[in-house]
Write a protein that binds this ligand. Structure first.
Ligand code: COA
Length: 182
């Protein structure tokens, strides 16, 4: 487990997959993701089995929020596309439980994964891609400390329109761990 103030990361279990599938099939959640077709539980299970064959640091983590003495699954996040020589990786996140949006959980999870990436995996930079049509995500990433590197114009197509993809990153040198006074 990796613990934050209100949340924890844990390895995903097969029992999480129905929730993952439910979130991906929610059009509001899916709008921020590079997915556009309904997803079956069977294909999610296949993805899970393939994921287990990958290096452990590339496995996604389930995000639980503490509620009293119990924990509730609200989303997942993970690092991918590791470049070992340049010490970079890309982060992805989904808070699938929409009742938990706009309460700082996405930002807290990003802070926690940055700490994991920089302090445990010894990364030098962490990048992400976000559609220009996702202001909630962009705001959350800015709060976490991501800065805009640039945009790939009209690189996504959704709802009948071309959409720019923004590239953002945090370098280890400029990262401020909110739990430390550095
Ligand atoms: C993007 C996501 C991870 C953000 O998580 P979250 O817990 O809702 O984010 P936070 O509460 O930490 O921050 C959201 C911020 O956006 C703001 N916001 C919400 N809607 C907004 C809008 N339409 N325009 C501008 N800001 C907006 C919130 O007010 C909040 O900022 P504040 O704290 O300054 O008030 C989550 O919404 C999600 O998983 N969405 C679906 C999947 C997705 O899009 N993933 C990202 C792919 S790149």
């Amino acid at each position: 487990m990796i613990y934050g103030k209100r949340i924890r990361f844990r390895a995903p279990e097969r029992e999480d997959l129905p929730m993952y599938t439910k979130w991906i099939n929610d059009s509001e959640v899916r709008a921020g993701l590079n997915m556009f077709l309904p997803m079956s539980l069977a294909s999610e299970e296949k993805w899970f089995e393939q994921m287990l064959e990958k290096p452990a640091e590339e496995h996604p983590m389930s995000i639980d929020v503490q509620e009293g003495k119990s924990w509730k699954l609200i989303g997942n996040c993970g690092l991918m596309f590791f470049n070992q020589r340049a010490r970079t990786a890309e982060v992805g996140i989904m808070i699938g439980e929409k009742d938990y949006w706009d309460q700082g959980y996405g930002t807290e999870a990003m802070q926690l994964i940055l700490r994991h990436g920089f302090n445990t995996l010894n990364l030098n930079s962490i990048t992400l891609r976000v559609y220009e049509t996702n202001p909630r995500a962009i705001r959350s990433y800015e709060k976490t400390g991501f800065v805009l590197d640039g945009r790939i114009r009209q690189s996504h197509f959704a709802e009948g329109k071309y959409v720019d993809t923004l590239f953002m990153s945090v370098l280890r040198d400029e990262w401020k761990d909110p739990d430390q006074s550095n």
